[in-house]
Design a protein around this ligand. Structure first.
Ligand SMILES: N[C@@H](CCC(=O)N[C@@H](CS)C(=O)NCC(=O)O)C(=O)O
Length: 220
């Protein structure tokens, strides 16, 4: 399992491995040292991105593809649904996350974590629009949790494991000084989104949840 600290897509896969209790060899790459562009790694992950896995002779990149593969290989507990309706609901939550929440978060994260104090200057209107979109999506998730314990139904699924690292990234971004002018207003999460905060606590209580991942994530 090739991953990097601070990568939400990598964390999704690590969570899925933990929930399923699948043993694996951890290969932590240092992106700052360009380990993801090394020729040997490009053979595993041709785009030079994390996460990626090697399972025997089989290599796979793209977090959602890896999750689907691992769910087939290690079916217990099933995380992509058993009925057609469950599978549809899970795929819907994941697609909405990938198409709306994650791009907005990416735009915010690029401005907040770039280390360049002027990063926001030229892009502030676009980043503010992304903050509004993030809240729109968080409100949708919050409303859905009024009806069910997990994002796609009464049981934990791949949808939860996909969304959870993004929520954590939003919270982490809000603690950064560079985020102050944006007024991200996602901390404490429970103040505005109590159901999302309680859902996050349910995920953190899962057997195998590793509170130390990613190593420097929470302390930031
Ligand atoms: N769609 C991909 C996204 C992977 C991705 O963008 N990974 C980032 C870390 S979050 C990465 O490897 N960045 C290194 C780079 O682009 O140079 C997935 O879900 O696996």
């Amino acid at each position: 399992m090739y991953w990097a600290s601070g990568s939400p897509p990598a964390w999704r896969v690590l969570l899925l491995l933990a929930v399923k209790g699948v043993p694996y060899t951890s290969k932590l790459l240092q992106l700052s040292r360009e380990e993801h562009t090394a020729p040997a790694y490009l053979e595993v992950s041709p785009r030079g991105k994390v996460p990626a896995i090697r399972d025997g002779a089989f290599c796979l990149h793209e977090s959602l593809a890896i999750m689907a593969y691992l769910d087939r290989k290690h079916p217990s507990p099933p995380l992509f649904g058993e009925s057609a309706e469950e599978a549809g609901a899970i795929a819907r939550v994941i697609a909405e996350h990938e198409n709306y929440l994650y791009p907005a978060l990416g735009q915010i994260a690029r401005a907040v974590f770039s280390g360049d104090p002027t990063a926001l200057a030229g892009e502030e209107p676009a980043v503010r629009a992304a903050v509004a979109m993030l809240h729109e999506e968080l409100a949708r998730l919050e409303a859905s949790l009024a009806l069910r314990d997990y994002l796609a139904g009464p049981r934990l699924s791949a949808a939860d494991l996909t969304v959870y690292p993004s929520i954590q990234l939003a919270v982490r971004a809000a603690t950064r000084p560079a985020a102050a002018p944006l007024d991200l207003a996602v901390t404490p999460l429970a103040a505005r989104y109590p159901k999302l905060a309680a859902w996050g606590a349910r995920i953190e209580a899962l057997p195998g949840y590793d509170a130390t991942y990613p190593p420097h994530w929470r302390a930031a």
